[in-house]
Design a protein around this ligand. Structure first.
Ligand SMILES: [Zn+2]
Length: 86
């Protein structure tokens, strides 16, 4: 085995997640920073987490409620017209 070709191996490299969870693993770098880990990923927690990018969920809800209002108004107009024609 050539000695110069292998990088330094850290058997107890520290992994730090954005959620605050830390654990050790084997790596060629002494410290790792990750955004998501098994302690906070929805797959492992079983909780659904909606990642709302630029208020898309909010916009959809707004649009849906507006649509419902329009339908209600149309219905009212329709029933009013039916009444007046009698
Ligand atoms: Zn995490």
């Amino acid at each position: 085995m050539k000695s110069a070709t292998h990088p330094t191996y850290y058997p107890k490299a520290k992994v730090i997640c954005a959620c605050g969870h830390t654990f050790t693993t084997g790596s060629t770098v002494p410290e790792l920073h990750v955004e998501i880990c098994s302690a906070c990923h929805p797959f492992f927690t079983g909780k659904q987490k909606l990642v709302d990018t630029a208020g898309r969920v909010e916009r959809f809800k707004k649009r849906a409620s507006r649509r419902q209002e329009v339908t209600k108004k149309k219905l009212e107009r329709h029933t009013a017209a039916a009444k007046s024609s009698k």
